[in-house]
Design a protein around this ligand. Structure first.
Ligand code: DMJ
Length: 431
């Protein structure tokens, strides 16, 4: 029964619209969390247990799921999630958290749900969290430390990377707007500018930098994990806040990226100073780029790169974490339920109207059901070549993967992409 259930579900697809199916699967994932991991940060769907990121729970899955549950009209589930968050979530905890992850999942999730519902309890939680994260920016350069203690404000982790330094302004800027306190926007913008100022003569950034000395520790440049959403937020800062500095930084950065990292129909790795190719790797995280290129107006490059990403997905019937595109061989075989390729299909569909992106999404969804669905939610794969399952449903599966699938299959009026900007965790905030 275990193995035929996904097939039965796929056979039923003819009778129900794709968007409705995504709603049902989202309900399945959320209710599985409620059943086996309620109160924990994340669900382990195979062992049917919960896990926390730190010594105490920050309700990461409930907060990260809020905007999706509201958007999909899962009213009862959204109500339960929101009550849990409002009644139980407190940031007054002596724990050291990752500034970037907590910002994109919790600050972004709270602010987006506040905008959707008007529930000021969510804004108060966001303000409290924002204030507790602020000490992270107290480095000699203004670029944030990687970790901050929520109670004491003690920081740690001077070695950081462009993604963790530069992926804060959508959330901190939105918090400034709602709290009428400019300090959040100012700190996040300074971090972004200080990082940009340290780009190389050919306009690239590296993979690791010391926020105290401002010196690069690793000079490898690419568009994958550790750098990816830095580029995303340069553009989204320009779009969301109509910020001319961000617009200029994006324009110059995307030109350098296209010049030195683009490699045929892929984007590879290069030395940030010389531009010399250092590896021909591309992966699930890199697959955010077609969506960002499309948002930036370069539909042609975006469409070509999305076709490359699709060929990575179809190599083994579901997407590996990293491949070597020169040989089309898997380098890292896991699939942690990542959303980026689906997000890009959704954004490209919005801008082009081309139905091939809906067909692409249909394929992603069916493969997810086939390989990652369990009786109690969805799980990561350890290896896409063998389809061996792991035991985790990361919170971004509900925040992002299911939301972008739903939006891709829904009528255009469901959410107007011209009126919102998605943070990197898929929480929409109003322009
Ligand atoms: C999410 O937390 C965010 O999308 C982040 O920018 C990258 N990693 C995960 C999803 O893959």
């Amino acid at each position: 029964m275990k193995t035929i259930l996904p097939i039965i579900l796929l056979l039923l697809t003819g009778c129900v619209s794709s968007a409705e199916q995504v709603r049902r699967e989202t309900r399945h994932a959320w209710q599985s969390y409620e059943r086996h991991a309620l109160g924990y940060d994340e669900l382990r769907p195979v062992s049917r247990t919960g896990r926390n990121w730190y010594a105490e729970s920050l309700l990461i899955t409930p907060v990260d799921s809020l905007s999706t549950l509201h958007l999909l009209g899962l009213r009862e589930e959204a109500g339960r999630a929101q009550r849990l968050v409002v009644e139980k979530l407190s940031f007054d905890k002596d724990i050291e958290v990752k500034n970037f992850e907590i910002t994109i999942r919790l600050l972004g999730g709270l602010l987006s749900a506040f905008e959707m519902t008007g529930d000021r309890n969510l804004l108060h939680l966001a303000e409290d969290l924002g204030n507790r994260l602020l000490p992270a920016f107290e480095s000699p350069t203004g670029m944030p430390y990687m970790y901050v203690n929520l109670k004491t404000g003690k920081t740690r982790g001077a070695r950081s990377n462009p993604a963790e330094i530069g992926t804060l302004i959508v959330e901190f800027g939105t918090l400034s707007r709602h709290s009428r306190n400019p300090v959040f926007f100012e700190k996040a913008k300074k971090a972004l500018v200080e990082l940009y100022k340290r780009r190389s003569a050919i306009g690239l950034v590296g993979e690791e930098i010391d926020v105290e000395t401002g010196e690069w520790v690793n000079r490898t440049s690419h568009v994958g994990g550790a750098i990816d959403s830095y580029y995303e937020y340069l553009l989204k800062c320009a779009v969301l806040f109509d910020d001319s500095d961000c617009r200029q930084m994006w324009t110059e950065s995307v030109a350098a990226m296209n010049r030195h990292l683009a490699d045929g129909n892929w984007y590879g790795e290069a030395d940030m100073n010389s531009g010399a190719r250092t590896a021909t790797h591309f992966g699930a995280l890199h697959a955010f780029l077609p969506g960002v290129l499309a948002l930036g107006g370069d539909l042609e490059r975006a469409a070509r790169l999305q076709e490359s990403a699709l060929s990575m997905w179809t190599l083994h019937g579901i997407e590996p974490e990293v491949i070597d595109y020169s040989r089309m061989k898997v380098v890292h075989a896991g699939y942690p339920l990542r959303p980026e390729i689906i997000e890009s299909a959704y954004v490209l569909h919005h801008f082009t109207g081309d139905p091939k992106y809906v067909r692409m999404g249909r394929r992603f969804f069916e493969d997810l059901i086939r390989h990652c669905r369990t009786k109690d939610g969805y799980t990561v794969l350890r290896d896409v070549t063998t389809k061996e399952k792991g035991d985790l449903m990361p919170s971004y599966f509900l925040a992002e993967t299911m939301k972008y699938l739903y939006l891709l299959f829904s009528p255009p009026g469901t959410l107007d992409l011209n009126k919102v900007v998605f943070n990197t965790e898929a929480h929409p905030v109003n322009r």
